[in-house]
Ligand binder design. Sequence first.
Ligand code: SF4
Ligand code: SF4
Length: 137
Amino acid sequence: MRRSVKILLQFPNEPVKPFVHLFAVDFGLVFSVYQADITPGQGGRMVLDLSGESENIDKALVFAEKNGVKVRIMSKAIRWDTETCVHCGACTAVCQHKALTLDPVTAELSFNNDNCVVCEMCTRACPTGAVSLDIYQ
Ligand code: SF4
Ligand code: SF4
């Protein structure tokens, strides 16, 4: 069975051998990197989508952890608080994937989680903290 997962890789402070390309080579997975903020020797994080056979995804995630990287499967990572949102539209200006859009008639914000790639640009742009990162397994 094929499936697709969005994952967060958390790299440790010590050096880690490059391995992400092996997701494709050894496990036949298709991956897209949405965000990477890694400093060699200082750790960091990477957000990516993995698609392929379910069994191979599981094996690849175990393989990543054996390489010293913490793996977290992400789901509905951006939380939109409708109570705090003032519909200013600042987030829509930075959301390149049209996950956050303003209705042209009502000028109200809407959030389409299916389009969200967890780039976190909106969390930095929002003046009220109405969009925030929510990562859980
Ligand atoms: S995390 Fe990125 S893609 Fe998702 S809603 Fe925010 S700006 Fe858009
Ligand atoms: S930037 Fe924040 S307050 Fe403004 S529309 Fe987006 S979520 Fe709402």
